[in-house]
Write a protein that binds this ligand. Structure first.
Ligand code: A3P
Length: 275
């Protein structure tokens, strides 16, 4: 089982804290946690457990790169460190900042069908409000402008799902070859092929196998098997039940996202069967 290294282990094995060589930059609710945990099954991958929010948070960024490195787990020199902070994808300043750290870093983006992602995003915010006993608008009210009856592009959950707009900002700094797009919908239903594509992108030997992933019917998701004694599923907050959304609103959103999706396929060379 991988865990925190003790001082003795650090000394004995020459463990080091390394800057990430790959970052999962987003997208929020795409399956970023599942992707990170599943990649961590690979013996050559070490994950930063927490979202570090170094590049999107000005206060953290001002602490400097050594602060960032200090947040990284101890690892063997041959291993690669990966962190995930989904806010990176949508935050204006981040591409330039990451470029300044390492212009050849590998960037992973996990996406889901944009309307589903928006509803998932809404569901997370709704849950937060309910926890504080606050009421919240219905999804339909937020996603559709009541005056114009058009899609409300000011609503953050809508804007985040316009993947191409965000990606285009990143492409001012990094060539498209430095990005790998993960299909978050397939990561839910059939994770292994998606993970194998990532292994190849990271130039890692294929090590994650069917043995490491098992479907847990109670959870309704794949869970992780690290070895004979250590299994784990993601936290219960991953895989929330989404509220029903008025089908006409769903259709309106799908039509709205369609041209942006086409552009996203064209740029990335990866096509999805989104409506
Ligand atoms: P839902 O809550 O909409 O179902 P993120 O980690 O980026 O916040 O993404 C959360 C999403 O990861 C969940 O969205 C869930 O569907 C998805 N997911 C993918 N694989 C999963 C897994 N093995 N276990 C739990 N959730 C998983």
């Amino acid at each position: 089982r991988k865990g925190n290294a003790t001082k003795e282990q650090i000394r004995l094995h020459n463990l080091v804290q390394q800057l990430p060589r790959a970052i999962i930059i987003g997208v929020r609710k795409g399956g970023t946690r599942a992707l990170l945990e599943m990649l961590n099954l690979h013996p050559a991958v070490v994950k930063a457990s927490q979202e570090i929010h170094f590049f999107d948070n000005d206060q953290n960024y001002a602490r400097g790169i050594d602060w960032y490195r200090g947040k990284m787990p101890f690892s063997f020199p041959h291993q690669i460190t990966i962190e995930k902070s989904p806010a990176y994808f949508i935050t204006e300043e981040v591409p330039e900042r990451i470029f300044k750290m390492n212009s050849s870093i590998k960037l992973l983006i996990i996406v889901r069908e944009p309307t589903t992602r928006a509803v998932s995003d809404y569901t997370q915010v709704l849950e937060g409000k309910e926890r504080k006993n606050k009421t919240y608008h219905k999804f339909e009210k937020l996603a559709i402008d009541t005056n114009t009856c058009e899609v409300n592009t000011k609503y953050k959950a809508v804007r985040t799902s316009i993947y191409t707009k965000h990606l285009e900002r990143w492409l001012k700094y990094f060539p498209v070859e430095q990005f790998h797009i993960v299909d978050g919908d397939r990561l839910i239903t059939d994770p292994l092929p998606e993970l194998q594509l990532v292994e190849r992108f990271l130039n890692l030997p294929s090590r994650i196998s069917q043995y490491n992933l098992y479907f847990n019917a109670t959870r309704g998701f794949y869970c992780l098997r690290f070895n004979i004694v250590f299994n784990k599923c993601l936290a219960g907050s991953k895989g929330r039940i989404h509220p029903d959304v008025d089908p006409s609103v769903v259709t309106k959103l799908q039509k709205f996202f369609h041209p942006f999706n086409q552009k996203f396929y064209q740029i990335t060379g990866r096509t999805f069967n989104w409506p």
